[in-house]
Design a protein around this ligand. Structure first.
Ligand code: DSN
Length: 419
């Protein structure tokens, strides 16, 4: 970053520090990942200089000879990877993508039914503090108190009683696979449209290790930067009959010009996601999650639903005598980065809930396999049991740094000594 170091040494220094942090830590925030150098280069390209309101072939400003090709490539690749009839690659991120869907199909006050935020849903699935909860009659379904699983019978009852205009499936913290056929059935019975937000597991769908919601849903939204391993952005996929409504809702409904540099990077990530290497990556993400879950349970950790089928797990720390925020902070000091998370029926506040959420997409990108996941389970256990022992936390952070140096993170290989 020679230009940045001269033009703005302060920011340059912070970026370098963040590079080092990402290189030296065990990063297990389930929504984070490492993108390839190629994705980074596209994101940092001159495409950031362009404005291109509209869609390929119908733009409001001139000079779109190249951008039209970039956006068309991103769309074609997304269609191929996910088998979608129509794709919009312009949403700035997941929340604007979801709101664009609401704008396309709903009027203020209409009823929506999504998974409750404390049960693993997303803010934009109708949480009262979000625009989705303020502008619509947002109703929610919860997990079963005993099993921690979705109860499709109860979701159906609620949908038939409420007759929502939109039924929302998808989550940020549910460790199991959703039954999309069931959601479709419920939506049809209730006369609702079905939206699936697959942001968390899009990479698993692309890699063929998670069922696809695309054949079942009217609309599928996703971010592009989680398990899909692309730049920060989003896509909306839908059936052809909804294409015009979705496109109009994204632009001019929600947004002005798309971020063309991001669009290019999405195209690059989708090309990567179509590869056999990515399929192997997705398989390993799930294997790693299962191994980590088993390792943690062997140490007496209580996992919601007793395990995982996807890339994440939710740990209820109630039996460990430590709250989520304190645990997450101790882990961070020990070089292990997770987020505190509400567990179903949590009695604690969202900022200091009872659990932590752990995911394997980023560690898998840097080459961690089952053997390393068991080491990680041991480290997590040691830290949680000694959260106030600063000496132990510092020693663990050093151990983590050594371990990470053996597994250079994509895009950050240059930071590892001897390379
Ligand atoms: N912030 C994301 C997550 O961590 O799941 C959701 O948008």
């Amino acid at each position: 970053m020679k230009h940045l170091s001269i033009a703005d040494p302060e920011i340059c220094n912070l970026v370098l520090q963040e590079e080092r942090r990402q290189s030296e830590k065990i990063r297990m925030i389930a929504s984070e990942n490492y993108v390839s150098r190629a994705v980074l280069e596209a994101t940092g390209s001159v495409l950031t200089n362009k404005y291109s309101e509209g869609y390929a072939g119908k733009r409001y400003y001139e000079g779109q000879q190249i951008i039209d090709q970039v956006e068309s490539l991103a769309i074609e690749r997304a269609k191929q990877v996910f088998g979608a009839e129509h794709v919009n690659v312009q949403p700035y991120s997941g929340s604007p993508a979801n709101v664009a869907v609401y704008l396309a199909f709903l009027n203020p006050g209409d009823t929506i039914l999504g998974m409750a935020l404390p049960h693993g849903g997303h803010l934009t699935h109708g949480a009262p503090v979000s625009i989705s909860g303020r502008y619509f009659n947002a109703q929610s379904y919860e997990l079963d108190r005993d099993t921690g699983l979705l109860d499709y019978g109860k979701i159906r009852d609620k949908a038939l009683a409420l007759r929502p205009k939109l039924l929302i499936a998808g989550h940020s913290a549910y460790p199991r696979i959703l039954d999309f056929a069931k959601f479709r059935e419920i939506a049809d019975e209730a006369g609702a449209l079905l939206m699936v937000d697959m942001a968390h597991f899009a990479g698993l769908v692309a890699g063929g290790v998670h069922p696809s919601p695309v054949p079942f849903a009217d609309v599928v939204t996703t971010t592009t930067h989680k398990s899909l391993r692309g730049p920060r952005g989003a896509m909306i996929m839908c059936r052809s009959r909804h294409a015009a409504a979705i496109d109009k809702a994204v632009f001019p409904g929600m947004q002005g010009g798309p971020h063309d540099n991001t669009t290019a990077a999405i195209a690059v990530a989708l090309r990567e996601a179509a590869s056999d290497d990515f399929k192997a990556y997705a398989r390993q993400v799930v294997k790693n999650a299962k191994t980590l879950a088993e390792g943690l349970m062997a140490k007496g950790f209580k996992l919601i639903t007793n395990g995982t089928d996807n890339h994440l797990m939710l740990v209820d720390l109630g039996n460990k005598g430590i709250a989520g925020k304190k645990a997450a902070r101790a882990l961070d000091r020990a070089g292990i980065v997770v987020n505190c998370n509400a567990v179903p029926f949590d009695t604690r506040k969202p900022y200091d809930p009872s659990g932590i959420r752990l995911g394997t997409p980023a560690l898998t990108s840097r080459g961690f396999k089952e053997k390393e996941m068991l080491v990680v389970a041991n480290l997590v256990d040691r830290v949680i049991a000694n959260a106030d022992d600063e000496g132990l936390l510092a020693a663990t952070a050093e151990e983590v740094r050594q371990m990470c140096s053996l597994f250079p993170a994509p895009g950050l290989e240059h930071l590892v000594e001897g390379r």
